[in-house]
Design a protein around this ligand. Structure first.
Ligand code: FPP
Length: 255
């Protein structure tokens, strides 16, 4: 008999049971954490307070994903386009990994979490890079949940860089055009080594991809919620996974 996880979702007065089957947990969940600014604005607070609370939601999501048996969790923390924001906000966002890891790294280590990062690290301030490098180094041998931060990440840049590297190898005569396969491209992307996301979650009611994992999301199931990212909690993750389990994935074929 299949063991099922039953959880109660919704407000206390309108709770509904949700059943999660442990044999169909998405291996890789990717998250577009959106709505920090609007969450803050609604409360008459500065946008950075939204980001601060967004950081707490990262912790909640990580713990919940780990408990559920998700193996890879990729979080879109800063895009290559986010540099267009006011200087103060960018600086605040760049300080968050350092702050997050100062508070949470020991517990992440205790939980056997492996921290990874994908994106253009060279353009990051040294304090951001240093914090991430330390977390990656200190958790590299951990075998539990892989917590992958997309930091200064852009899907088009990732694909452009991949094409450039392929072009250079062809020019140097070490690669033939016919050797370029889907697997070769996979291996040269920043996510190389990670399976494609099974499930993409985006918060805040926006329904777009925003330059996130354009190649890797080809067959991901998409789940959107109106909740702003700072509100995100275990219930939302359970709802997303329950919905994922109701979907039939056909990959262009027939069931
Ligand atoms: C989008 O909301 C959110 C971001 C650009 C930043 C996301 C970052 C975090 C949630 C914290 C990351 C934490 C760590 C540990 C790296 P928005 O600001 O665009 O919200 P809005 O659309 O309502 O303005």
């Amino acid at each position: 008999m299949i063991k099922r996880v039953q959880a109660w979702l919704g407000r206390k007065d309108r709770q509904q049971p949700v059943e999660i089957s442990p044999d169909n947990i998405p291996l890789h969940v990717a998250v577009i954490m959106d709505g920090n600014g609007r969450w803050a604005k609604r409360r008459g607070l500065p946008r950075i307070v939204g980001h601060q609370n967004g950081m707490k939601a990262v912790k909640r999501a990580t713990i919940a994903a780990d408990e559920l048996g998700i193996k890879y969790l990729t979080m879109y923390a800063f895009s290559t386009e986010n540099w267009k924001r006011p200087k103060d906000e960018v600086e605040f966002l760049m300080r968050l990994p350092e702050e997050f890891l100062a508070i949470e790294l020991d517990e992440l280590i205790e939980k056997n979490v492996q921290v990874r990062v994908m994106g253009d690290a060279e353009a990051l301030p040294s304090y951001t890079r240093k914090a991430m490098e330390e977390a990656v180094a200190r958790t590299q041998n951990n075998t539990g949940l892989i917590l992958n931060f997309a930091l200064n990440y852009g899907g088009r840049k990732e694909i452009t860089d991949c094409m450039r590297s392929l072009g250079k190898d062809i020019e140097a005569g070490v690669l033939k055009p016919e050797d370029i396969t889907s697997e070769v491209i996979d291996s040269r992307l920043l996510s190389g080594g990670l399976p494609d996301p099974d499930l993409l979650i985006r918060t805040s009611g926006e329904m777009r991809i925003s330059n996130f994992m354009l190649w890797q999301l080809a067959y991901s199931e998409l789940w959107f919620t109106d909740a702003y990212w700072p509100e995100f909690n275990k219930e939302h993750l359970l709802q997303a996974v329950a919905e994922y389990q109701r979907r039939t994935r056909r990959y262009g074929g027939l069931k």
